[in-house]
Structure formats: structure tokens, C-alpha cells
Write a protein that binds this ligand. Structure first.
Ligand SMILES: *Cc1c(COP(=O)(O)O)cnc(C)c1O
Length: 466
């Protein structure tokens, strides 16, 4: 072992080696970065030598060098590709939380690039030539599409919930129905956020039933807020009862200090019920039904960038804007650029609204999905795989409309002697990675979340999997 250890080249020698220098040039890396990678490799080999886990074929200095440089080449190559990368979503889940939720519209992307590459009027009032507020960039358009008196934006909806509780109900009671104390995506629990904010949770009712009198009994002088949480990712069915916003308004009449807040979660601006999809109330509706303020995500049904939108009564929004946390949770110019462009689409015709990829994907008629499935088959002719168009369903995802199943067309991909798992892994390992679904022991690609351009990419990947 000691003999082998002595064969490990010192770093200063590696740095002078021709192969080191050529890798440095090939991948355009700094000497420092490449040295760091070489050090990691040498250390790793040293550890293996000491604990005896080194490959038996490594017996000489020449072998060791070969091993170092081939690993260095792999690491150097890796260092030049981006860690955050494009993925092809063949799952059919439109707002896939693991795959970045909403895709931005062309217009939103254009505005992001323009704003990112140049100076902007982020906090400058061009008309007056004086300091402006970044809230002004987005407030009018939110008011327009939600009917709210006032509005503001923070980092995400979880931040909005925290902010609202902290700023408006710290050390005071917040009345919530037990049936609405939800957990979203494993990392967001209404009760935990409440505790973090310093607000005192006052639970009312039971998991399946909450009545008007439960609220009436619970609201005292100590109450600052009634919070309603839109239970977006699950549904209680059967013997249930809940209290509507409208009913809460009348309860609130005797308690003028109480703010009625609804966390809407996904925040539909378009009424998907008009298209026979789901039962999601719109933001406009929640405000019209009497919520003092609402909050919702920018990157769920709305189809914009990650953000949390707070809309409602002017005096409350004013209070929030002045709070220290508004600065802590503020969004950057790229988010504002994307959000403004996305929201603007909602002020136009339906045709414009379907420029938003999320909305388009939800509303896309099965006929046009079928057409892409047929295109896939057509382009895949000559592949050593068996392709077949099949019926199936896609999900909206992102914890929204959990019971909705949209009819779709999928292409199943099989090959004699290949397991579904092997093909699934190979596709995931391709560049860009292709994420698929295994149904009935076959790999399936749902064309609802695949663009025309991506069909070509998938086919060329399949050609390479031989
Ligand atoms: C998704 C969701 C949140 C969290 O929103 P993010 O934008 O993901 O932070 C909060 N409340 C409800 C009801 C939700 O559905």
C-alpha cells in the first residue's frame, strides 16, 4: 500500500503536466479551479488506497496518472455545464412542482430579458424624474385582473401567508377551521407558519365539519383575524360542512377589528369552471364575496413566475407595504417583469390568455394533443422501439385541482428485451433529461406537456439509445 501511495503525483507536478494544461484550455477553466478538482481526485484515490478499496488493476504510477486525468476530464466537463438545466416533462403534469412549476410565456421571457440586460425604472418615476416605488410597477395590473382596491407582491405565497399573519395578527388570535389546517408539498403547514409568525392559532370545528356557531363561539376581543385556507391539494367528501366567506361576513359584523383573510393557494384568474374543469373559485370571486385580503401563488394556475400576490382592502395593503418585512420579502426586477407580462395577458381576449403555457396546457383540446401524438409516431418511424398512441389522463399538479383528470393522449415506448425501468432511466439520463411515466410496466410520454420541438429532441435521443 505504501508503495502505491508513493506513486501518487504531487499537485504541483500535475499542474505542470501537459494534459492538465490542455484540459484547462479545452474547458476554459482557471488553474485554481482545475487544481481544486485535481486535489479532490487525488484525495479520493489516497483514501481508497488506505482503506484498500482501490481497483486491483491500478498497480503502477502510470495507471494512477491515467486514472487521475480521465477523472479530471469528466469533472472539468461537468464544471462547465449548468447545474440548473432544462428538462423535458413527459409526465403530463402541467404544474410539476419538481420540474419548476409554470413555464413562462414568450412575452414574459422577453420582458425578463429586456429588464435583466438593461437599466429599468424599477424604483424611478420617469414622469416626475424622482424616486419611485417598485410596488407601483405591478399594483395597477393586479387591481385590474382581480378587482382589488390595492395589491402587492412578495417572494412566494408561503411568504405572503407568513407576512400577513406576522404583520396583522402577531400575538393575537387567528381563527381557522380544523378542516383547513392543511399541509402543502410537505414543507408548508399552515399551523407551523402560524406558530413561526407569532400569531395564536385558534382552531374551530372538526376535520370534516365546521359550523357558523363554531366561529361565533370562538371569536372574542383577542381575535385579529379569521383565516380561510383554500384546501387546494385535497378534498373532504361525504359527511362534511364548511362555512362560506359570505357566512363569515355576517359573523364579522359584530367584530369590526377582525380581518377576513383567505389564502387561495393557486389563484385562478381565469374561471376554469367555464370550461368544465375543476371547482376552483377565482380571485375576483373571493374578493367579491367579502374577503378583506387574499393571497395566492404567481406560479400555479396563474402561470407566471414564483411569487406571492396579496390583494384586497387598501388600508390593509398600505399597512403591509410599510412593514419592515415588505423589504425582506420583496421580489426582484426579473420577477416583476415576468409577472407583469403574464398578468397583462389576462386583460386581453381569451386568445391572448392562452399565450400563457399553463393556461394553454390546461385548456388544450384532446384533438390537438392527439395530433402531436400522431406526429410523434410519424417522426419515430424507423426507430428500433415500438411506439403506440394510447388514451390516458393528465393532472394539473402543483397541489391544485387534485381530483381533476384531463383526458389526454400518450405514446408508449417499448422494446423487446428492454425493461420499462431501464428505458425510463436511460431517458432520464439523456441530455436534456426526459422525464416519463411508467404505466402498466411501459414507459409513457404524455403529449400534453410536450411541445412540437421537443418531439424532435426525444426522437433523436431514442435514436442514440442503442
Ligand atoms: C401552494 C400553496 C401555498 C404555498 O405557495 P407557494 O407559492 O408555493 O409558496 C400556500 N397555501 C396554499 C393553500 C397553497 O395551495
Amino acid at each position: 500500500m505504501n508503495e502505491l501511495l508513493r506513486q501518487l503525483p504531487p499537485i504541483h507536478e500535475i499542474q505542470k503536466a501537459e494534459r492538465f494544461i490542455s484540459l484547462k484550455e479545452q474547458f476554459n477553466l482557471s488553474a485554481e479551479q482545475l487544481t481544486g478538482l485535481a486535489q479532490e481526485i487525488v484525495e479520493n484515490i489516497r483514501t481508497k488506497m488506505i482503506n484498500g478499496s482501490i481497483d486491483d488493476n491500478i498497480t503502477s504510477g502510470k495507471h494512477i496518472e491515467e486514472m487521475i486525468y480521465s477523472e479530471l476530464e469528466i469533472k472539468a466537463k461537468k464544471a462547465t455545464v449548468h447545474t440548473l438545466q432544462r428538462v423535458i416533462n413527459g409526465t403530463g403534469t402541467i404544474l410539476h412542482t419538481n420540474l419548476g412549476r409554470a413555464k413562462l410565456s414568450e412575452q414574459a421571457v422577453k420582458q425578463v430579458v429586456l429588464t435583466a440586460k438593461n437599466y429599468s425604472n424599477l424604483e424611478y418615476n420617469v414622469e416626475k424624474g424622482s424616486r419611485g416605488s417598485r410596488h407601483d410597477i405591478i399594483e395597477d395590473v393586479i387591481k385590474q385582473v382581480t378587482g382589488a382596491e390595492a395589491a402587492m407582491v412578495v417572494n412566494n405565497n408561503a411568504a405572503a401567508v407568513y407576512f400577513i399573519l406576522k404583520a396583522l395578527a402577531k400575538e393575537k388570535e387567528v381563527v381557522v377551521s380544523r378542516g383547513e389546517l392543511v399541509e402543502i408539498g410537505g414543507s408548508f403547514r399552515v399551523s407551523a407558519i402560524m406558530e413561526e409568525s407569532g400569531a395564536i392559532l385558534k382552531e374551530v370545528g372538526t376535520t370534516n365539519k365546521t359550523h357558523t356557531y363554531d366561529y361565533e363561539d370562538a371569536i372574542t376581543e383577542q381575535a385579529a383575524m379569521i383565516m380561510k385556507v383554500h384546501t387546494s391539494n385535497f378534498k373532504t367528501i361525504g359527511f362534511t360542512a364548511s362555512v362560506s366567506l359570505k357566512q363569515l361576513i355576517s359573523i364579522k359584523k359584530n367584530h369590526p377589528q377582525v380581518i377576513l383573510y383567505e389564502d387561495l393557494g393557486s389563484g385562478a384568474l381565469l374561471d376554469f369552471r367555464d370550461y368544465g374543469i375543476g371547482e376552483e373559485p377565482t380571485v375576483k370571486e373571493a374578493l367579491k364575496n367579502g374577503a378583506d385580503i387574499v393571497s395566492f401563488s404567481g406560479d400555479k394556475l396563474l402561470g407566471g413566475p414564483q411569487s406571492g400576490i396579496i390583494a384586497g382592502k387598501k388600508d390593509i395593503i398600505q399597512q403591509l407595504k410599510k412593514h419592515q418585512l415588505a423589504r425582506v420579502l420583496r421580489v426582484d426586477k426579473m420577477t416583476l417583469a415576468a409577472l407583469e407580462a403574464t398578468l397583462k395577458a389576462y386583460t386581453h381576449s381569451e386568445e391572448k390568455i392562452t399565450d400563457i403555457p399553463t393556461v394553454k396546457a390546461i385548456l388544450e383540446p384532446t384533438k390537438s394533443i392527439q395530433k402531436r401524438a400522431m406526429d410523434f409516431l410519424e417522426q419515430g418511424r424507423g426507430l428500433p422501439f415500438h411506439l403506440k398512441v394510447e388514451h390516458g389522463t393528465s393532472q394539473i399538479g402543483g397541489g391544485t385541482m387534485p381530483t381533476v383528470e384531463l383526458n389526454t393522449y400518450l405514446v408508449s415506448i417499448t422494446r423487446k428485451g428492454w425493461s420499462a425501468q431501464q428505458l425510463f432511466n436511460d431517458l432520464r439520463g439523456s441530455e436534456p433529461p426526459i422525464v416519463t411515466r411508467i404505466i402498466d410496466d411501459k414507459v409513457h410520454i404524455d403529449l400534453r406537456t410536450i411541445t412540437e420541438e421537443e418531439i424532435g429532441l426525444i426522437i433523436s435521443q431514442l435514436h442514440q439509445l442503442d
